[in-house]
Design a protein around this ligand. Sequence first.
Ligand code: ADP
Length: 398
Amino acid sequence: MEDTILVINCGSSSLKVALFDLNLNQLTSALAERIGKEDAFASIPGYSRDIPLQHGAGHRDALQAIVSAFKELNLLSSPPVAIGHRVVHGGETFREAALINDSVRRAIEDCAGLAPLHNPVNLMGIEATTALFPEVPQVAVFDTAFHQTLPRHAYLYALPYRFYRDWGVRRYGFHGTSHNFMVTEAARLLGKQPNETSIISAHLGNGCSITAIRDGISVDTSMGLTPLEGLVMGTRSGDIDPGLFDFLKTKEISAEDLHRILNNESGLLGLSEKTNDMRALSELADQGHEPSLVAIEVFCFRLARYISAMMASLSELDALVFTGGIGENSTLVRAKTLSHLNLAGFAIETSLNHQHGKNTNGRIEREDSRFKVMVIPTNEERVIATEALEASGTIRQR
Ligand code: ADP
């Protein structure tokens, strides 16, 4: 039976699991949803049915059920050789993936103030796998780590400096695993070394962020202290005028209300008053639903502004890269966004855009475009598996 790497992405009520072989081919994956609720369940693509979880099942029960199912499928007859965990916030402590021990656990706890919704549940995932596989090396892979190379002028807010000095208030950036994968993949497809490759990477999923990568390292990014800053997202507003806080005091909207509104009720959902789902929005817009079209237009314009803003951090640009569910699949979003950037010299070929770059090594730009434009599928789980293997020392021991 072959050796495997287990990848865990633990959310507050969900648990995503992926299993890889040591050549980093994905063997299977699973998703547990509604954890803690009566109707919690787990599902495995290719497995005959959903796996019901007990009433009140926690993350550990969900993981146990998924692992049992993997065993039934003959995919995990012995413990994995390494386990990789997605951890959202590594603060300024973690510049790379870390082998988990007591001090790393404490440091993840210490960063929880910066990501109260995420780090505590990521730790629950770590506890769950520790209980099941106490002997297996576990590695934390941080969303923020790739952006620890941001220069000071890009990470400081123009706030009283003591906010940064005393409380660590600064821009951290997220989706680092995906942006890192983009520069590696773009370099491979362009026949260059990652550390000689400069790209603008637009990760457009439910959460959206864009990063300027200069010679392989992150030098500017759109998300900030939290994943709320920057681009328009599925349900998050992205940038807003902080003066809104004062204005809303007169409307009796509390800080808690505002937190919920900015995170869960804004973005594409807020503007369209229909859905946060870009595919559904595009269909609605096609059918003449004006608010859906407006939502897409605001989304694309903000993205175009950010693409040009990212150029301030680069001296050359090998490619603009689109990824994430929207970036990889939405012909409309790519076309609309780049229609704002003719002056900057971007032009895409309609037929290649419709093929999502699949037959051209990801390339969709027109011949006369000043810059290359690429579509590259992201695979964050695979990057986490790679980092888990490296940081666990498993490769060296073998
Ligand atoms: P997450 O951030 O949760 O991983 P994804 O990267 O899967 O999300 O992206 C989800 C988004 O991608 C949704 O808005 C979805 O509608 C959009 N999407 C997926 N396929 C298409 C498509 N064919 N056309 C337009 N949007 C799409």
